[in-house]
Each structure stands twice: as C-alpha cells, then as structure tokens.
Design a protein around this ligand. Structure first.
Ligand code: 3HC
Ligand code: NAI
Length: 702
C-alpha cells in the first residue's frame, strides 16, 4: 500500500500521508509527497491540502534512518519543492507536528490545526537542531525570542499558543479535512496567494546588531547551564543568529552544515539511542502481545514515608484515587503533611494551580485499617526496608485483598520471591521500585519474581506508562539493576578517597563527566545512615572489604549523616545548603588510610573516571550475562532516568561501546592487577565480546 495518496476534491488537491505509527518522514514518504506535489502542479487543482491519516500529523524525520546513507530526496530538498509549488499548499495538522513534521508545515504556504494539536521542534532532545529550515523559518515567522524558546526547549506548544504567536494561521473545530478544505477555499477566493516564509525578513523592531549579539551571548550562557556539556543547543543559537544576520539561503546552508555536524556527533548518537531505548524498555521479551491487562482503578499504598507519599502523588495526578495506610494516626498525618509540602512546592513553582493541588490531595484517603484495602486493584508496599516487616505486611494483604489484586513492593534490596512466599498468591506479587523523589523521578524498575504472572507484569508496564514513568524490567537479585551497579561504583569512590583523593576531586570529575551529582554529594543527600543501616544486617562477608566503607562508617559514628545533619562528606552552609569542603573529613580519611595500611598518593582525574565508570559497566555486563536485565539499553534507561547518568552519553552500556569494549576490558584487567582481584574481575560476557570483536549493540541486536 502506498504511504501517500492524492485525489482531487472539487478544486482542491488532497495529499494524504499514511505512514503508521507516526507518519515519520521515511524515504518512501518523501518520494510519495514529492510525486504528489509534482503531479498537482499540472492538474486542475487551485490549492492543495496536506493532511495525515492515523493518530498524528508528521512526527518528524525518520530517526531510524539517521546515520545511514542519505537517500534522495532529502527533507530539505523536498521542502524546497513544497515551498516552490505554484499552487498554495495548506498543512492540516492533528496530533503532533514535530521536528521535520513542523518544518514540512512551515514550508507549506498556510497552516491550520485542530485545537487538540501540538507543534514543536524537539530535535534538541536528540542532540540535533532542526535541519530542514526550522531555524530559519521560525524566527522569520514568530520573532527571535519565541524562536529561541521553542527550538532550544524542544517542548511542543498547543495549537492556541501557536496561533497566538503566528506559527499557524487558523485553528479549526470539528472535522479537520472539512476545515482545511474550507480554509483552502478562502485562500483561493482571496487570490490564491503563495505565502512563503523564506521571503520574510526576521522582525528586528529597530533593535541594533549589538542588541542581538548580547541577546545571543546571554542565551549561550543560559543554555550552557541548562544543557551542561551539550553541543546542539549552542549550535541552535548559531543558526538563529544566522537567520537574523544572513539571507535565507545562506542561513539554510549554515543550518545544514551544523545539522550534519550534530548528526555525526557522539552526543546525538547517544540521545537517539536513548530515544529508542526508552520505548523499548516497556517491551517484555516473550510476553504474548494479547496478554489481557487488569483494570487499575483504585490503588492502596502502605507506608506514607519518604517514598509512599511520592508514590501516592503519581496516581492521584492521573486521576486514580489512593488509600494510604500507616501504622497510626500520627504517622498518617506525617505522611499527609509530606504530600501537602510536595504539592505546595509544585504550586509555588507555578506548575500546578492551588485548586488542582487540593483536588488531588482530596483523592488520597488515609487509614490505619487493612480491611480498607479489600477492594484495591493494586497495593504498593513502601514500609521500612526490613524483610520480616515486609513479609508481615504481605501476609496481611493476602488475607484482606480481593483475588486478582496486584501486590507490589517498593523494596530497594529485599528478595521479591521471599516476600511473595509470605502470600498464597505469588503470581500476583511484583516489585515496583520507584526512585526518590518518587513524584519526580521518571524511572520505575519493575522486578519480576519467579512466579509473577504475565498478566501482572504486562499490567505493571501499562501502569508505568499511565503514571508517566519509564519502566525497566529486572529479575530478582540484590539491588536489582540500579542499586546492584551502584555498589561497585560507590566502592570505587570510597577506595579512591582512601588511596589519596578527596570528596570534591571525585565529585568534580564525575560532574564534569556529566553526572547530575558526584557520588559523595549523593551520599550526603540520601543520608550516610542509609548505607550504615543496610550494612548492620549483613555478615562481615556480605559487607565486603572494610576499606570500601570504613570512611562512611567513621563519619556516621561522628554523627555526620549528610545534608540533614549539616555535615557528611562535606559541610553544608545552613542557609544556602551549599557544599563546603571540610578539612575534618580529610583528617578522617587520612586516619582511616593509616589504620588500614593504605599509602595515600595523588590519583589522576582520568583514573578516577575510569575506576568509577568501568565499575558500573563491568557490573552491567554481569547483570546481562545473568539475565537480570533483558537488554543493555534497559540498563542505560535505569542509569539515565534513575541515577543522573548523562543522557548525552547514552547510559553506561552505550558509553562502553562508545569508548570500545577492548579498552574497557584491558583496563579492567590492569585494575585487577593494580587494585586487587577481589575488586576487579572482568565480566565473562565482556571478555567474550572482546574476543569475538563485537560491540554490545551488535550482541543485543543478534
Ligand atoms: N522516527 C522513527 N520512529 C519514530 C519516530 C520518528 N521520528 N517517532 C516515533 N517513532 C516510533 C517509536 O519508536 C515507536 O516505535 P515502536 O512502537 O516500535 O516502539 C512508535 O513510533 C510510537 O512512538 P511512541 O511510543 O513515542 O508513541 P506516542 O504516541 O507515545 O508518542 C510522539 C508519539 C509524540 C510522536 C513521539 O513518538 C515522539 O515524540 N516522537 C519523536 C518526535 C521527534 O523527535 N521528532 C523530531 C525528529 S528529528 C527531525 O525531525 C530532524 C529534522 O529537523 C530534519
Ligand atoms: P520511611 O522510613 O521514610 O517510610 C516508611 C514508612 O512506613 C513510615 O512512615 C512508617 O511509619 C511506615 N510503616 C512501617 N511499618 C509499617 C507497617 N507495618 N504498616 C504500615 N506502615 C508502616 O522509608 P522510605 O524511605 O519511604 O522507604 C520505604 C521503602 O522504599 C523501603 O523499602 C525502601 O528501601 C524503599 N525505597 C526507598 C528509597 C529512598 O530513597 N528513600 C528509594 C527507593 C525505594
């Protein structure tokens, strides 16, 4: 079936695009549109309407074609044909006109859209810039400021906003095709003018060239903070500057060069990898497509502490009422207060109205009585991290919850299978591991127990999507994917401290690499007591080598628990909460080094970076070879969406491919000799792929 059709409706030629799922501008689509436009030049049509079938207008260039040999016509070539049409073309937009999709609409002579439509240029999120005239046409149409906002944010805007800034010409109610045909008739009646954006000048409102250079300089600084380490946002400013200072065709040439530069960058390759990784992560290998989903209309949450409150917010935010159970009224009130505080923050940031915040809190019913959970479709346990307590909770749930209810645990480390054994229905038990703050962090690790049913798993994936989380599937192991990999990462940070580094040196290496925060700053934020308490329940063997936690334990024993006590690996300014290096910490480190017989020496930044990132990568390989994660890209999703790993490096596993598996393997073998086999054992899968000369991506695609 052809992806583009053309027919005459009276005086108007209708070009219909039908390339599911999102009408991406594949090669076939570009040829089809080019042919249709060409054909229409010689028929009796007086104007043309370009409209899409399916759920959306064109969602952009076909990202899966990026990085492959270019096929003619390229999108810019096609858009020249569209703009040069001697008959006016009207784009009729529904769903989302994104990236190359919006650029196609901008090459048309007029644009109309349904009220529900959205338009945007999200290329920046893929490490790109709009490469088919977007950076040149948008400022000509809506001005420099609005263009900078739209293109550097990558955030789509609603049709009404697009109309108000002049990006589209008309919002049509009802049937889109009828509205577009009506609009086309008006255009014909007014003399069928060809409104070409490329003929316009950027509106300068009398502002001087100096004004614009200052404006662009300010934007470059702002964007270097907002997109730390990223190239594309800076190149977008270069292009918009060209739109202001140069004729259309020259600007277009600059845009093309910079687009190709971005396209070939490792940053864009990483962000494109993540685009597909994020969509792939909700797919469970071997799960029948027609698995029937359970209806989730009521959710129970047990424990209204740090996590429970945030988890509750996710559900009420999408209209699903929550019953929150706590041990007593006081704890319940505390939980409700945390939720109220979180909502107050959202309201104060202008992200939510006070009325909506009240309405959502009104959807949370507090209780201390398990019987009130009898009718819940899903119950999520978020009580203390203690296996016995969790088992007791699940035993009670088994007794009161209706048959078929999903019983989930938010545990960070405990064995989901042991928790499931406390019930008579292990097939209904699953891990739903949210990340703190649970109302903000996008990751949801879904932990499949030995007996978890397909239906429970498929429903959990769907629940993740409905509450706007990015799911990643893990099998049961200590710490699942994310926290298991964190252990060797933290281990290396502690060993680097002991062997000669400082918290600020380690954190600054990792921040320059792009991590949202360095490991010691994270430790202070989460609380040094968390690791200490987790270790309390472990045998010496389970705790591992004392050198990997002796500094943290010493700080704990000094009452330095992190930000909450004003000091941990750093001191904190009581007013600004700013981190301040603390000489006392250095004393503690030196004392511990002496006690453990470790001689402190300078450690190169490069070595710190390799020790920390390769520790993550090596554990990631072990997780893959054990089948804990389904695919490398799921691990990347976990680290980018849950642990602040820089998206523009694609996640730890994609990063491993970027630097080369052989380098990683050889360095780990060296580390094994230098720092000890007890810490460094290259994963068997890593060794195997190096021997086979394969990348991880190749292995995953086999
Ligand atoms: N190219 C190729 N495949 C795409 C695609 C694209 N531009 N956009 C979406 N898809 C695929 C997805 O991978 C997914 O495939 P799957 O079903 O096999 O997993 C399928 O379409 C459906 O996508 P979603 O699951 O994301 O569907 P939603 O309904 O949730 O969202 C959407 C739809 C809002 C259109 C969202 O897919 C989206 O944001 N797409 C990307 C838009 C984008 O970034 N466009 C710019 C591309 S770059 C460009 O145009 C360069 C130009 O300037 C030259
Ligand atoms: P928390 O200590 O802040 O809250 C736990 C709450 O559970 C308390 O309010 C307590 O009163 C309540 N509670 C305890 N026993 C109960 C019972 N039998 N019935 C009902 N309520 C009970 O703990 P937090 O941090 O919210 O952690 C909860 C769970 O989430 C733990 O399993 C933890 O490992 C996990 N988790 C924690 C993360 C974090 O960053 N804090 C991140 C991801 C998971």
């Amino acid at each position: 079936m052809s992806v583009v059709s053309y027919e005459l409706v009276g005086d108007i030629g209708v070009i219909r695009l039908n390339n599911p799922p999102v009408n991406a501008l594949s090669h076939a689509l570009r040829i089809g549109v080019q042919d249709a436009v060409s054909k229409a030049q010689d028929d009796s049509s007086l104007a043309l309407v370009l409209i899409c079938e399916g759920r959306t207008f064109i969602a952009g260039a076909d990202i899966s074609e990026f990085g492959k040999a270019p096929m003619m016509p390229s999108l810019p070539e096609l858009l020249i044909d569209i703009e040069s049409s001697k008959k006016p073309i009207i784009a009729a937009i529904h769903g989302t006109a994104l990236g190359g999709g919006l650029e196609t609409a901008l090459a048309c002579h007029y644009r109309c859209a349904l009220p529900s439509a959205q338009v945007g240029l999200p290329e920046v999120k893929l490490g790109l810039l709009p490469g088919a005239g977007g950076t040149q046409r948008v400022p000509r149409l809506v001005g420099v400021k609005a263009a900078l906002d739209l293109i550097t944010s990558g955030t789509p805007i609603a049709a009404s906003k697009a109309l108000s800034i002049g990006l589209i010409d008309k919002v049509v109610d009802g049937d889109l095709l009828s509205g577009a045909l009506e609009f086309a008739k008006e255009v014909i009646e007014q003399g069928a003018t060809l409104k070409k954006i490329s003929d316009l000048e950027v509106e300068k409102q009398g502002d001087s060239p100096e004004f614009f250079s200052e404006l662009f300089a300010e934007w470059r600084i702002t964007l270097s903070k907002r997109y730390r380490g990223q190239e594309a946002p800076q190149r977008i400013v270069d292009c918009i500057e060209a739109a202001v200072n140069k004729p259309f065709n020259e600007g277009l040439k600059i845009e093309r060069e910079l687009f190709m530069e971005c396209m070939q960058s490792s940053q864009s390759a990483a962000l494109r990898h993540l685009f597909f990784a994020e969509r792939m992560s909700s797919k469970v290998n071997g799960l029948p497509k027609d698995t029937q989903l359970k209806d989730i209309k009521r959710v129970g949450i047990i424990g209204g502490g740090t996590m429970g409150g945030g988890i509750a917010m996710n559900f009420v935010n999408v209209g699903i009422p929550v019953t929150l159970l706590e041990i007593n009224d006081e704890a319940l009130q505390r939980g409700k207060d945390i939720i109220a505080k979180n909502y107050a923050i959202t309201v104060s940031k202008g992200k939510l109205s006070a009325e909506l915040a009240d309405e959502r809190q009104g959807m949370i019913t507090g209780t201390t009585d398990y019987n009130e959970l009898a009718n819940m479709d899903l119950v999520i346990e978020a009580v203390f991290e203690n296996l016995d307590i969790k088992k007791q909770v699940f035993k009670k749930l088994d007794a009161v919850c209706k048959q078929g209810a999903i019983l989930a645990t938010n545990t960070s480390y405990q064995d989901v299978d042991l928790i499931a054994q406390a019930t008579s229905r292990p097939q209904d038990v699953i891990g739903l591991h949210f990340f703190s703050p649970a109302n903000v962090m996008k990751l949801l690790e879904i932990v499949r127990g030995e007996h978890t049913s397909d239906q429970v798993l498929a429903t959990s994936m769907a629940v993740a999507k409905s509450i706007k989380k990015v799911p990643a599937l893990s099998r049961v192991c200590y710490g699942f994917i994310g926290n298991r990999m964190l252990r060797p990462y933290v281990r290396e940070s502690q060993l680097c401290l002991l062997e000669g580094s400082t918290p600020q040196a380690i954190d600054s290496v990792m921040q320059r690499f792009g991590m949202a925060m360095g490991p010691l700053a994270v430790s202070d934020l989460a609380g040094i007591d968390i690791g200490y308490k987790a270790r309390e329940g472990l045998s010496d063997e389970q705790k591992g080598d004392i050198r990997t936690y002796c500094i943290a334990d010493a700080l704990y024993e000094m009452g330095r628990l992190g930000q909450k006590t004003g000091a941990g690996f750093y001191q904190y300014d009581p007013n600004t909460r700013q981190r301040i290096p603390d000489p006392k910490v250095l004393e503690v480190i030196e004392e511990q080094a002496e006690k453990r017989g470790v001689e402190r020496k300078d450690i190169l930044d490069h070595t710190i970076l390799q020790r920390l990132t390769f520790a993550l990568i090596n554990e990631g390989f072990k997780i893959l070879e054990e089948g804990i994660a389904q695919r490398p890209s799921d691990i990347d999703v976990v680290y980018v969406f849950g642990y602040g790993f820089p998206a523009y490096r694609g996640g730890p596993m994609f990063y491993a491919d970027t630097i080369g598996l052989e380098t990683v393997y050889k360095t780990i073998c060296e580390f094994s000799k230098t720092y000890g086999e007890e810490f460094w054992q290259p994963a068997a899968l890593l060794k195997q792929l190096v021997e086979e000369g394969k990348t991880l991506t190749q292995w995953a695609n086999e």
